[in-house]
Design a protein. Structure first.
Length: 582
């Protein structure tokens, strides 16, 4: 019972912070269980991990809420948002009372460091699979992190009683009693509809869909929230590209623009919405919440955004289809460098994505190496092929689709040669898309480029599979520090992995899961596994035991992990500078 925890905290009041360790364990009340799985050793250290196990009946749980994987993700997302919002409300930063006693008027009393902090993994605009809540047979397992109250490095026992025995249980009870079932049902039905659209795309030859009325622009360059509808141009499909998709829970189908498999060019003047459309497509690999504006922007989950990445390391990647006969005879069938150029990095990024099973490549010329994308007729005349190591993407794009079934969506405002190899052309005009496919074909006929293909080596995915040397993932010493410092940086032992150019990585919770996935791979020490097989093993582990199974804190049930895609795990692995391939 909680009275035993309360008694313990009263006895600990004023004592050394390290003695908080005594409260680790499980406590049971009439309607919940509290599990204190890990207690921080210092008020400035990583926070304490706790779990609340409550019966499903407490929220009038219905099994249909989690009848599919998409619904389960949507349910956990909804509940996590509600709880996280309530924790923000009760643990907002306020000045501590001079007496140091609990302040019942201002949420959780604060002290030194992270004292009084109570939080859950807070979702953004997307609905991701998370470890924040586990759905058990008869219960919900709710994971939180808290900062146990302290004054200096002395325990504030009375504050801890208020936090653990009063306010947090009251917060849970409030959510259970006031759960908005209609709002929850709306999110679950949205998840159904998003899955219906994905199924339609897969079975009808499309790689993406943008619904009419979608709000694609964001409120600012540093925000993922939608621009206010009064300021944004709502998306409207060209009539020739408009499709209708029947979905559940609606009497009428959803209409919008379908992008077919093949090669799609997005053109238009500067600042007219080309890159905004592409960014929406790259985020469309994830489901979005209803108020995002892009909830019905759906993209093939195996679509990968590719860009140049000067300075990244590359380990034994077969970039020969793109880069060949380098000066001084450097081998490009197993290309290795500590400091890649724009063209070699973009070539490696594509091959690595294909190695992981990418079915669509998304490219914006603004973030690409120009000489990797195109070599026009005049440049071919000036620099003959025998003196040019680079075969541009232009010469591979058709072969990728026709022989490997890998589509491409490319944003270009400066290279008209891509019109010649396109299946469909979209021109953005003041954020309004127009189908310019027929016009583009007329232009190609009227203004032939006369450039010749530089293609020498086709992309052969069978020769692009590398074997992971798991020994290179080992971290020297007994203290194996692996941590996501932020969304774009992982500390792996004494190394730092920079993920800033993985543009489909959304949040630190995904990065944390990636860091733990690398550590899990190191501990497996499997031999002769390809990169793809190694990452498959990670997902098999997650499928069998849950997302938290890859965490070094598995026994403490970490609630701060979100599911990354295999492409981003591979992206981190490939950017680890000590990586070695067999």
């Amino acid at each position: 019972m909680l009275h035993s925890l309360e008694k313990m905290l009263r006895n600990l009041d004023g004592k050394s912070y390290k003695m908080y360790k005594q409260i680790e364990g499980s406590y049971e009340e009439e309607w919940f269980q509290l599990h204190i799985d890990y207690v921080q050793g210092d008020p400035f250290a990583a926070p304490t991990r706790i779990r609340w196990v409550i019966p499903k009946s407490f929220v009038a749980f219905e099994e249909e809420w989690v009848g599919t994987k998409a619904r389960k993700i949507a349910f956990v997302d909804y509940m996590t948002r509600q709880l996280a919002s309530e924790l923000v409300r009760i643990s907002g930063r306020h000045s501590q009372q001079s007496s140091g006693k609990p302040d019942s008027h201002h949420g959780l009393t604060k002290g030194t460091g992270n004292s009084g902090l109570a939080m859950m993994d807070t979702p953004g605009q997307e609905m991701l699979e998370r470890s924040s809540i586990a759905i058990l047979k008869h219960h919900l397992d709710i994971r939180m992190t808290i900062g146990l109250p302290a004054a200096g490095r002395r325990i504030l026992g009375l504050n801890a009683i208020q936090m653990l025995c009063n306010q947090l249980p009251l917060a849970l009870k409030k959510i259970g009693a006031s759960l908005d079932h209609a709002s929850l049902q709306a999110q679950l039905m949205l998840a159904d509809q998003q899955e219906d659209i994905r199924t339609f795309l897969r079975t009808n030859g499309y790689i993406a869909f943008v619904a009419n009325g979608s709000i694609l622009p964001r409120e600012s360059g540093i925000s993922n929230r939608p621009m206010h509808a009064s300021q944004a141009v709502a998306f409207q499909s060209p009539a020739s590209m408009e499709i209708e998709i029947p979905v559940r829970h609606r009497s009428a189908p959803i209409a919008g623009m379908g992008i077919r498999r093949g090669v799609t060019v997005i053109a238009g003047g500067g600042f007219h919405g080309k890159s905004t459309l592409l960014r929406s497509l790259e985020r469309g690999v994830y489901p979005h919440i209803a108020v995002d504006g892009r909830e019905f922007v759906i993209t093939d989950t195996d679509a990968v955004k590719i860009r140049a990445e000067d300075g990244r390391s590359i380990e034994r990647v077969n970039i020969q289809p793109f880069i060949n006969h380098l000066p001084f005879g450097q081998d490009t069938t197993a290309f290795t460098t500590e400091n890649a150029s724009g063209s070699t990095s973009q070539a490696a990024n594509i091959i690595e994505a294909l190695e992981m099973g990418a079915k669509a490549i998304l490219i914006d010329e603004d973030t690409s190496a120009t000489n990797f994308m195109i070599r026009d007729q005049r440049m071919q005349a000036l620099v003959h092929k025998e003196r040019e190591p680079i075969t541009p993407y232009m010469d591979h794009v058709r072969q990728l689709y026709e022989k490997q079934d890998v589509s491409t969506v490319i944003v270009t405002g400066g290279s008209g040669d891509y019109l010649e190899v396109s299946d469909q052309v979209i021109v953005m005009d003041a954020y309004v898309p127009q189908d310019a496919t027929l016009q583009a074909r007329e232009i190609v006929q009227s203004y032939p480029s006369h450039r010749s293909s530089d293609l020498e080596h086709e992309i052969d995915l069978m020769t692009s599979s590398r074997k992971l040397d798991s020994r290179s993932l080992m971290i020297p010493g007994s203290k194996q520090k692996v941590e996501a410092k932020n969304q774009t940086t992982i500390q792996y032992g004494r190394s730092w992995i920079d993920l800033a150019f993985l543009e489909q990585l959304l949040e630190t919770s995904q990065t944390r899961a990636i860091a733990y996935a690398l550590l899990w791979l190191q501990k497996q020490r499997k031999k002769n596994q390809s990169v793809s097989e190694a990452i498959d093993a990670v997902y098999t582990q997650i499928e069998e035991r849950g997302l938290e199974a890859i965490s070094p804190y598995y026994g403490a049930h970490p609630g701060d992990l979100a599911m990354p895609r295999r492409f981003e795990i591979a992206g981190a692995l490939n950017r680890y500078r000590l990586l070695r391939m067999q």
